[in-house]
Structures are given as C-alpha cells and as structure tokens.
Design a protein. Structure first.
Length: 252
C-alpha cells in the first residue's frame, strides 16, 4: 500500500469511507473476509446500524474502527455486503427516477412551448354573424282599371260624388301593380298620378303610358297596404298638362 501524500499536505480527516478504500476492501473481502474470519459468538461486533451507515455512506465517528473490524469478522463483512447491495439498488432506482422525471419535464416543456400541433383548438366565443335578411316583399297584386268609359271631373272642380257610378272602381289595400286603360285618345308618355282623400293627396306617384293596339295603357305601382278603408279619388294628369282627371275609387 503506497498511499503517499505530497509533502506539506495534511491528510484529510473524514468520517465517510473513501470510495477507493471501500472498493479495495470489497475485493479483498469477497475473497477473504467473507469466509476466513468466522466469529460465531459475534465477539466485538459493531451495531448493525453502523454497518448499514457504512454501506449507505452516512457519516459517523467510528468509521475506522468499523472498517477495521470488517477485516477481522466474516459475519460482519457479509452483513455489510447485504447493506451495500441494498444501497446500490436504492441508488439505481433513484437515478432511473431522476432520469424519468427529467424526461417527463423536458417533454412537457417542449409540448407546452414549441409543439404547435398540440395546441388546443381555438374556441370561438362569438357566434357567427348572421346578416339579417329583409323580409321578403310580397309580389304586388296586378289590378286592371278600365277608365275608357268612365266619367271624370277636371282640375280642381268639385269631384264627382261617390256612388254615382253603378260599379265603383275598387282598389284593394295591398301592394298593387296597376294597369290603367285611359280614355280614348289619351296620349302616351309620363303621367302624374295621385290618390287623394277628399282634396288631399295621400299618395303621389308617376307612371308611363303606352299606346298598344289603340288603347293607351298607364302602368304604375302603388302601395295601398296602409290605407284606411273609405272613399278616395284617383287623379291622373297627362304629360305636359296642368289639368287633372279625377276618378272616384273605393278602398274597401
Ligand atoms: Zn463482527
């Protein structure tokens, strides 16, 4: 044994067993100590706790005495060896656990910060915007008015009395597309149209008249859906004219 120290360096005082010394002990012990020093009465044997402390590298003051005893007592050597095996198993398990923890931790970090595909799907908090559709407009009802043989009053004259006609003109309270057959000889072009209550216009529109097969037909649309039922007047003014032709109508 040549454990020579450089001059001037103090030998280190420590209570735990240096690893090299332990290995040497074990190698030698396995051959000699374990068998060659029977001590059936366990004379001078240290407490089992100290043997375990030695195997588990725990510090205690009687390290040197215990190591020395191991070189002279096979039962203690065997006991120490059992503790050592337990310690090594424990250490191995500890290392595996540490590696597992590290791996799990690293995996978690990687998933958390780098792996895009592991992101949970985005939760849409707002419901999709539904553009409100305007309610469908009812198709205007087509009405034909034949004014060809109707009597009418002119301009601001006192309008004809209601009910004088046998079959008064009727306009339903709806959206209407009107086809008005004008008096014979009426010219084509743009006509102004009014629906009046007494002398007050409640609807002002215009329409275009065309001559087809000798009949002048004026076409326009009128919304009568909000009309109050009653007697009205339909006033029609030909193009370039200042005179209205006024017809009596009934809105039932
Ligand atoms: Zn012993």
């Amino acid at each position: 044994m040549s454990q020579s120290k450089p001059p001037g360096q103090k030998p280190r005082v420590q209570n735990s067993v240096p690893k090299k010394l332990e290995e040497q002990l074990l190698k030698a012990g396995s051959r000699v100590f374990l068998t060659q020093f029977p001590n059936p009465g366990r004379q001078g044997c240290p407490d089992g706790k100290l043997l375990k402390n030695l195997a588990w590298r725990r510090r205690f003051s009687e390290v040197r005495e215990v190591v020395e005893h191991l070189t002279q007592c096979s039962p203690c050597s065997q006991e120490h060896r059992r503790y050592l095996r337990g310690y090594r198993t424990f250490k191995t398990t500890q290392r595996i656990a540490a590696v597992l923890l590290l791996t799990l931790g690293a995996t978690w970090l990687w998933l958390r910060f780098f792996n895009v595909s592991e992101k949970p799907p985005e939760i849409i908090k707002k419901p999709p915007v539904v553009t409100p559709q305007p309610p469908p407009q009812p198709e205007p009802r087509e009405i034909a008015l034949d004014l060809r043989n109707r009597s009418y009053s002119r301009g601001e004259d006192v309008p004809p009395r209601n009910g004088t006609e046998k079959d008064s003109l009727r306009l339903p309270r709806e959206q209407l597309r009107l086809k008005v057959y004008l008096a014979l000889g009426s010219e084509a072009g743009k006509y102004d149209v009014q629906i009046r209550k007494r002398s007050d216009p409640v609807l002002k529109i215009s329409g275009k008249a065309q001559v087809k097969g000798g009949v002048t037909t004026l076409e326009f649309q009128a919304d009568l859906s909000s009309f109050v039922p009653g007697d009205y007047f339909l006033a029609v003014r030909p193009p370039e004219s200042t005179v209205w032709r006024i017809y009596s109508v009934v809105v039932p």
